[in-house]
Ligand binder design. Structure first.
Ligand SMILES: [Zn+2]
Ligand SMILES: [Zn+2]
Length: 333
């Protein structure tokens, strides 16, 4: 099969990935073999390719937004049959026994492992997933529109919950890529007023077309104070900007797995009046199932640009440069 490997992490413009030919993986105990039909391109893949995240598996195949079909079952794998449509996402292992797992916060499990970082992911024709961490998918959403929901969508949903937006509240989204444009659809469907603060005319146009009340540059003030904000852009310098846009009692949730340094905060200007700064770490399987059900109910669809599998490196370069609105998806057909 064809598969991409991160040969040596470095700037994506220098081409740290290489397309290789190698045998399809063997599903291990409890695992499914999945034929990849579509794989979304997530900003985390860029962090893996560029070395913002430390190497956990040398020559890893990135990709953790996989829509595929079950092509084989490892010993003891249960719950799926060959030919089933299945989703592979970021979280692929937790111990189930630590204090975080036991209280329903498996996203904080210190023993967690991730697809496309600890194990080979979906920038390939085949991949594997533990059956216990595979998702059943809503039949009403097609492969390409669904793929970005599996990380960008789930994380955006978790971030929205972490931001504690009150019913009918005013939500600010800083950055408007794959995750934010899915989060916006859920927030709007639930009655929020959404203000988008982002660079790029195409992203701002997409925001307005989806129903955002305003779309401005990331450093501009929103037209009204915010009850909650989510920082999707990996730019720490936006943390004080977003905190200053919050109303009294507002919450800022930082959704990224990687952020450039946050400048010094000023207590009175940035935090007083019970404004809160929170982070968002991965997601639980329950977050994932909840979001996929919401997505089907609210008709959430990713705006996508498709690339053939062999153009994965170009897709990552375009993501970094902000050359497309919405999300990129690799297809194997
Ligand atoms: Zn655990
Ligand atoms: Zn992701």
């Amino acid at each position: 099969m064809r598969a991409w490997e991160v040969v040596e992490p470095g700037p994506i413009e220098d081409g740290p990935l290489r397309l290789v030919e190698r045998p399809a993986p063997e599903p291990g105990p409890g695992e499914l073999l999945v034929r990849v039909r579509a794989c979304g391109v997530c900003r985390t893949d860029l962090h893996v390719a560029e070395g913002d995240l430390p190497v956990r598996k040398p020559r890893v195949t990135p990709g953790h937004e996989v829509v595929g079909e079950v092509a084989g079952l490892g010993p003891g794998a249960a719950g799926f049959a060959e030919g089933d449509r299945v989703g592979v996402a970021w979280l692929r292992h937790t111990d189930g026994t630590c204090r975080y797992c036991r209280r329903g916060a498996e996203n904080l499990c210190p023993a967690s492992r991730y697809t496309g970082w600890d194990a080979d992911g979906g920038y390939a024709e085949y991949t594997t997933v533990p059956a216990a961490f595979a998702y059943r998918l809503p039949a009403e959403i097609g492969d390409v529109a669904l793929a970005p929901l599996l990380c960008a969508g789930i994380i955006g949903h978790h971030a929205l919950r972490r931001a504690s937006l009150p019913p009918g509240g005013r939500l600010g989204l800083y950055g408007f890529g794959g995750s934010a444009h899915l989060c916006a659809q859920v927030a709007l469907a639930e009655g929020a007023t959404v203000h988008v603060l982002t660079r790029g005319d195409a992203a701002r146009e997409l925001a307005l077309s989806l129903g955002a009340a305003s779309a401005r540059d990331a450093y501009d003030a929103p037209p009204e104070p915010l009850d909650a904000a989510i920082l999707f852009a990996p730019a720490g310098e936006l943390v004080p900007v977003a905190l200053q846009a919050l109303d009294r009692g507002g919450v800022l949730a930082v959704a990224g797995i990687h952020l450039s340094d946050v400048p010094p905060l000023n207590y009175e200007r940035d935090l007083f009046y019970e404004r809160e700064l929170r982070t968002v770490t991965s997601n639980t399987r329950e977050d994932g199932r909840e979001f996929l059900a919401l997505a089907a109910r609210h008709d959430v669809r990713a705006t996508t640009r498709t690339y053939p599998l062999e153009s994965a490196q170009e897709a990552l370069q375009d993501l970094k440069a902000g050359r497309f609105p919405g999300a990129a998806v690799l297809t194997t057909d």
